[in-house]
Ligand binder design. Sequence first.
Ligand code: ADP
Ligand code: MG
Length: 143
Amino acid sequence: MMMEKETYTPEETYELGKTLGQQAVQGQIYCLDGDLGVGKTVFTQGFAAGLGIEGPVNSPTFTIVQQYEEGRLPLYHFDVYRIGDISEMDEIGYEDCFYGEGVCLIEWSQLIPEILPDHVIRIRIEKDLDRGFDYRKITVEGV
Ligand code: ADP
Ligand code: MG
């Protein structure tokens, strides 16, 4: 199934993330793609809230993955923007996250295509400056 949603504020993107977080089930991998500053982390914050995670959620820039245990399901939040080599994913034990008890959300997943399973949920966020600075088109595929 494919779904498209247009948002005009960060709050709307957060709310979409929250709705999907509420519906998330164990074993899902959400691949989040889009340019820097487009709203991947805003979406992730909503998603985490939807899972019942209350603490702050920010991009795990220096660790590649940040794990949250306090929600309905464990959340593994990856941001692979600064990954140098795919072996770094092995080093952090990504398989335990991908095939584990929780849900994965991967910012910049297009940088690690070789290790993504066949079935993932793809979320693409795009700007269109003709429609305003805060406009985003969010495409969700594979839910
Ligand atoms: P990314 O993780 O993709 O690099 P962030 O989520 O960190 O991006 O930042 C997105 C920025 O864009 C935030 O400053 C946010 O307030 C702003 N923004 C403006 N409009 C929107 C929108 N419609 N959806 C999401 N973020 C928006
Ligand atoms: Mg980010």
